[in-house]
Write a protein that binds this ligand. Structure first.
Ligand SMILES: *[C@@H]1O[C@H](CO)[C@@H](O)[C@H](O)[C@H]1NC(C)=O
Length: 253
């Protein structure tokens, strides 16, 4: 399922295969189409409702509320009923500086201040990054950094008797927070997911490169992999919420 998320959210060619769904409007416009996109500065907002067909009902709309330099604000209001899987991954992608080898990227400073109207949902709020062995190639690794786990859970090879994912590493200190790391597969890519050991992080400030460096040093990720996409948003499965990002920036140096 994450493969579909990747295909629809990160490959311009895949998106261009459905031109009727592409719209381009001014900032502040609200988009509700299944695969609408809009650009501001070096960012693209993707309404990637790749799993909407699995819902019995629902909708997802989003808008960019401001953008200046590397800073962008945006929000999404979604409601989904039915079906066990993710319905949408509405996200903002940094287009500048990607498609370079991890060894050639020095830092990826990012800040993300957000709030959500309800926590009684099944969803995450997370960074989602893909790497490939070749420039602009097919994804090999998906790296997720969750800032919130609202009754959802990471992809994992191993679960305990209660259905809880079992980390492959615990209590990792990165970017001023403590994380557990999960390893699994989305069917096409190896997936590494960092989740906070407790609570939610609504005001993140840190270097995303540090997560890659951890994986290179501890999980065998090759520094020759190319970072092909860097997105941040919410994977929504069920419930209703408005996620408001009052301030976001991500720069690939
Ligand atoms: C977020 O944290 C930064 C410090 O890292 C602080 O300057 C800022 O005021 C905080 N913002 C909010 C909305 O809490």
């Amino acid at each position: 399922m994450k493969l579909l998320a990747f295909l629809t959210s990160t490959l311009p060619l895949a998106v261009s295969a459905v031109p009727a769904s592409i719209e381009s409007r001014a900032n502040d416009a609200t988009f509700c189409g299944l695969f609408d996109t809009t650009n501001a500065g070096t960012y693209t907002l993707f309404l990637n409702q790749w799993g909407a067909g699995g819902a019995t009902s629902g909708s997802d709309c989003a808008s960019i509320t401001s953008q200046s330099g590397n800073n962008i604000a945006w929000k999404t209001t979604w409601t989904w009923t039915g079906g066990p899987g993710v319905k949408s991954f509405t996200n903002v992608q940094q287009n500048s500086g990607a498609n370079r080898q991890l060894s050639a990227i020095s830092t990826i400073p990012s800040t993300w201040v957000w709030s959500q109207s309800s926590s009684s949902v099944v969803a995450d709020v997370a960074y989602d990054l893909f790497t490939s062995p070749t420039s602009g190639g097919s994804a090999a690794f998906e790296i997720m950094i969750w800032l919130a786990n609202f009754n959802a859970g990471p992809i994992s090879f191993h679960f305990d008797a209660n259905g809880q994912a079992i980390p492959v590493a615990r209590s990792i200190s990165l970017a001023g927070h403590t994380w557990n790391l999960y390893s699994g597969s989305n069917g096409a890519n190896a997936v590494f997911s960092f989740l906070p050991t407790s609570g939610t992080i609504t005001n993140f400030s840190g270097d995303i490169k540090a997560f890659f460096t951890y994986l290179i040093n501890n999980q065998g990720l090759s520094s020759s992999q190319f970072l092909i996409t860097a997105q941040a948003g919410t994977e929504a499965t069920s419930g209703s919420a408005t996620l408001t990002t009052s301030s976001y920036s991500l720069v690939i140096n």
